[in-house]
Design a protein around this ligand. Structure first.
Ligand code: ARG
Length: 630
């Protein structure tokens, strides 16, 4: 039972007798911040008073006259200029607790109107280093899928991997010129990653050579009279020359540069990509050979993160639809030629959305349009969410604006679920040591190793090895996910093992520990939870700490609604943290196994059991496991 939704329902009934559009006013029913003002507070009499040009207090009384809420709340109070304060009846709370306890879904019914969502998240680029930003997308996207599914919606998770981009041209070029077959046989992904990095390094060497030549020329022409500008250019030139010298010194790059292997390499790699796209047999064969081991590498990360997808339709899946997309856009008059390229010009945008380059190549934009069309036709979703970092905001604005013109009749909501950058403790974008998937595994290993350290220092060192390792995995990976999810997603966040594994504060470790502590009460008292649940009768609240905890437990559905209102998993972590704190206060004041009477003990056990179940369910919606003992 969702108290907020129930109260809102009654206010909707009352308010619709006063106005035609009560929804905005209904939204003003909120949990109160201070128990002094009751459990829920309603401030809608003020704006309504203004609208109807009558004193708000009078309006508040009028609303109360039409409100039928006596079964749920004690007599409402009008305070100050016209605030309505509501306090739930203890009897209602007790019934709601019992109902929640008897229900597998903790009293949360699935949504009456189930919607269909396609969620696009993770989407790393094959054969290119997967970085922590992709982990952030994975963790946020996974948790949104879980919450929406729990609320009864239909969710299709689709991992739009980058498996068709220019990185393949680089790898193919690298393979043709620099491959080490023995190394490839031993560890294909590692060798491909080496080739990718090598070609990229040579290409950027080449790029820098021509950039600095241009800069030198512009300095020599002396057109820049401005002294400041000249100094800046000189400093830039020195920096680049330093980098070029360092590359020549490098024992891998140096000999290749001396042999002129960098010359034209950027172009050559692009030509390989173009050949692949045009169906060249050899390149196609190489692509087919390289893809599976790279995919397997990605899968190994997902297995550890306990994340899976309904679909993994990468960019390559849309390859032969791109020409059709461009034709359709042209036919509708949406795409027009400009300087040889095909562009969609959008109102309010200075730059156009380019869908075909001068040389005929399609772009990220074209693939995303094809993807959108495919998803629309295949699943008829009500909503599509793209969990991608904030640097791609412009791309998504333009994609959505184009899609709205392309499919004007589609009743489809498009949302970019943008997120900030993961920073290292030095305040710069976080990089794993080796900068690739190997680095990501190392990152997870480190979290697990440190979690084990925490367990051992908290007196668990004598447990069997297998037990320790299993718990360390749950605690370590859980900490990593929670640290990410507990941030406001739009902010940058600083990656810190110490903070994420702290036993106190808003961390997964604290939450898992709280869960294990609650469960230990049952084992200490030799009480079987299942049997207890079946036998328990209506609880009776006697202490204020019990009541506060009960209210918090009943707010679980409210927290989930808040998460999906703006796709913010941190509203769930905040809620769980408040619940755990409320439990701590309860536990301090209310002995459970040593309660004075059996009925008091049973009420308290019921509260303990529900707290544990909400913690477990809540964490699982974040993709985090609990451990029964810690
Ligand atoms: N592969 C892209 C990247 O790593 C992210 C793709 C996001 N999804 C999409 N439909 N564009 O930046």
């Amino acid at each position: 039972m969702n108290p907020l939704a129930t109260i809102r329902h009654h206010f909707r009934e009352a308010l619709s007798q006063l106005v035609d559009d009560p929804e905005e006013l209904v939204d003003m029913v909120r949990s109160s911040q201070d128990p002094k003002f009751g459990d829920y507070q309603v401030n809608c009499a003020m704006p309504l008073g203004k609208r109807l040009k009558r004193p708000p207090r009078q309006i508040a009384e009028e609303i109360l006259g039409k409100l039928d809420i006596s079964e749920i709340c004690q007599d409402p109070e009008v305070a100050g200029p016209g605030f309505i304060n509501l306090r739930l009846r203890d009897a209602w709370i007790e019934q709601a607790l019992l109902a929640a306890s008897r229900d597998d879904r903790l009293g949360i019914p699935p949504a009456k109107h189930s919607r269909t969502f396609v969620i696009d998240y993770s989407a790393p680029n094959v054969a290119k280093p997967m970085h922590v930003g992709h982990v952030r997308s994975t963790v946020i996207g996974d948790s949104l899928c879980r919450v929406l599914r729990f609320l009864g919606h239909r969710v299709i998770s689709d991992n739009h991997i980058g498996d068709w981009g220019t990185q393949f041209g680089m790898i193919i070029h690298g393979w043709k010129h620099f491959r080490d077959e023995a190394a490839y046989r031993q560890d294909p992904v590692k060798e491909l990653a080496r080739l990718y990095r090598l070609v990229q390094a040579l290409a950027s060497y080449e790029e820098k050579v021509s950039q600095s030549a241009r800069l030198e020329q512009s300095l020599a022409s002396g057109k820049d009279d401005d002294e400041e500008a000249e100094k800046r250019k000189q400093a830039q030139l020195r920096e680049w020359n330093g980098q070029l010298a360092a590359a020549r010194e490098n024992e891998l790059l140096g000999p290749l540069v001396d042999a002129g292997k960098h010359e034209g390499i950027g172009e050559a790699a692009l030509r390989e990509t173009a050949r692949l796209h045009a169906g060249d047999e050899e390149n196609r064969r190489l692509w087919e050979e390289f893809l599976p081991p790279c995919r397997e590498e990605m899968e190994s990360i997902y297995r550890r993160l306990d994340v899976s997808f309904d679909e993994t339709l990468g960019e390559s899946f849309y390859h032969d639809q791109l020409a059709g997309v461009v034709e359709a856009l042209q036919a509708r008059g949406l795409a027009t030629e400009s300087d040889g390229a095909l562009c969609v010009f959008l109102e309010g945008h200075q730059t156009p959305f380019i869908v075909r380059k001068r040389d005929g190549a399609y772009l990220y934009a074209t693939t995303d349009l094809a993807t959108l069309q495919y998803r629309l036709e295949t699943w008829q979703p009500d909503e599509m969410l793209y969990v991608v970092d904030h640097r791609q905001s412009l791309h998504f604005e333009q994609l959505f604006a184009t899609a709205r013109q392309w499919f004007p009749e589609a009743d489809l909501e498009l949302r970019h679920i943008s997120f900030g950058t993961v920073l290292g403790e030095d305040g710069r974008p976080f990089k794993t040591r080796s900068g690739d998937t190997v680095g990501l595994h190392a990152l997870l290993d480190e979290a697990v190793a440190r979690a084990r350290g925490v367990l051992e220092s908290s007196g668990e060192q004598d447990r069997p090895e297998e037990f320790l390792q299993q718990i360390a995995e749950s605690v370590g990976i859980g900490a990593l996910k929670y640290a990410d999810l507990s941030q406001n997603r739009t902010s940058d966040y600083t990656f810190s093992y110490d903070k994420m594994l702290a036993m106190q504060g808003n961390t997964a470790t604290y939450m898992q520990y709280a869960y294990a502590r609650v469960r230990s009460i049952f084992s200490k008292g030799n009480i079987d939870e299942e049997q207890f649940r079946q036998a328990v009768s209506t609880p009776k609240i006697t202490a204020p700490e019990e009541r506060a905890l009960a209210l918090e437990i009943l707010r679980f559905p409210e927290a989930l609604e808040a998460v999906v209102a703006d796709y913010r998993p941190n509203l769930l972590t905040n809620y769980l943290f408040t619940l755990a704190e409320s439990y701590s206060r309860f536990f301090e004041h209310c002995p459970v196994l040593k309660a004075p009477e059996e009925s008091v003990r049973d009420t308290r056990l019921l509260l303990c059991d529900l707290t544990a179940r909400v913690l477990k369910q809540g964490l699982s919606l974040l993709g985090i496991n609990v451990v029964e003992r810690m």
